[in-house]
Design a protein around this ligand. Structure first.
Ligand code: 13P
Ligand code: SF4
Length: 319
């Protein structure tokens, strides 16, 4: 629509005016993903967002995603201004892992290496030995397991369980879950697979184990998108936030991408499998953030410094 086009043009001009770049996640609205690409920004999974923001020469990073992504950008680039379209865009994993309780959990298990998922607050990261994202968690835990280390893992129990299964590591798991991925249902997915035996099933590892067990591919958002080329089928069932279907459809207009069933609902449910916090990102929010400096991420310098070390460890491992 013309209005959307005008908003995109105004944002493009504001990005130039403020020496800013857009760093977006695959779960935000399609037009925001398009705008990031059109203006030389990034659309990626959380590891790619972290790397892109840290490496880019812009003095302002406009992070369209959820709060932990903005915080990670700020931790890695303390001298850059980091803005977010909506400061209330959080994540159920972050909310379900308060720093005090987590710190007490760590204190109770001092013999374990603390590995936390990127979907956590800066304060939780500051308590960790390693931060990992879904794209690299399995490799890092395998590496630590090979060194004989026992792991304390937080917060996503499904991702932790999946990594434990894959690596055989000794992992003590925090009991957190993603409100979006936890909703995918294995029995309904199995029924859909019987209806569509030619379909390949792509699953994000935040989904329950019984759902991951039905997958052809388990991986981060970027890994799921990349996997499409490896399957000679025209139908995919995707157990991840619906936002990812935008990029999948744009890259493969000849293929069909169906959301995996949630809580008894099929593809007809339009609000299922949609992260409510990712949905808070809008073109209007981006424009306001750039125009008025709204939604700036600020962190205590000592806390940010402490949180930086386990993130840097991951980035060095990934390099
Ligand atoms: P990715 O690292 O795969 O992008 O996942 C982040 C996330 O929040 C998934 O729900
Ligand atoms: Fe958090 Fe789940 Fe939303 Fe990802 S989809 S940001 S894990 S609540």
């Amino acid at each position: 629509p013309a209005e959307q086009q005008q908003a995109k043009q105004r944002i493009h001009a504001l990005l130039e005016q403020h020496n800013a770049v857009l760093v977006t996640h695959y779960y935000v609205d399609g037009p925001l993903q398009d705008l990031a690409r059109e203006t030389g920004g990034c659309v990626g999974d959380s590891l790619e967002m972290a790397r892109f923001g840290a490496a880019h020469p812009a003095s302002t990073l406009l992070v369209a995603g959820v709060r932990f992504m903005g915080e990670t950008a700020k931790i890695l680039s303390p001298d850059k201004r980091v803005l977010m379209p909506d400061g209330d865009a959080t994540c159920s994993l972050d909310l379900g892992c308060p720093a005090d309780a987590f710190s007490a959990f760590c204190d109770a298990h001092p013999d374990r290496t603390v590995v936390v998922y990127a979907n956590t607050s800066a304060a939780v990261k500051a308590r960790a030995d390693w931060v990992v994202t879904s794209s690299i968690g399995e490799q890092i835990v395998a590496h630590l397991h090979a060194r004989g280390e026992k792991i304390l893992w937080a917060p996503d129990r499904h991702l932790g369980h999946y990594i434990q299964q894959q690596t055989g590591a000794d992992m003590l798991l925090w009991n957190g879950a993603c409100v979006v991925h936890d909703e995918f249902k294995a029995s309904e997915l199995a029924a859909l697979k019987r209806e569509l035996p030619q379909a390949a099933v792509l699953v994000h590892p935040e989904a329950p184990a019984a759902v991951a067990a039905l997958a052809d591919v388990v991986g981060s958002t970027t890994q799921l998108i990349a996997a499409i080329d490896r399957y000679p089928t025209d139908t995919f069932i995707v157990a991840s936030d619906r936002g990812i279907l935008y990029e999948m459809g744009a890259r493969h207009p000849d293929k069909r991408f169906l959301p995996a069933p949630t809580a008894g609902q099929g593809a007809a449910c339009k609000s299922c499998a949609m992260c409510p916090w990712m949905a808070m990102n809008s073109l209007a929010g981006i424009e306001q953030a750039l125009r008025h400096g709204h939604g700036e991420i600020t962190l205590d310098a000592a806390l940010a410094q402490a949180a930086r070390q386990p993130i840097e460890r991951m980035l060095q491992f990934a390099a």
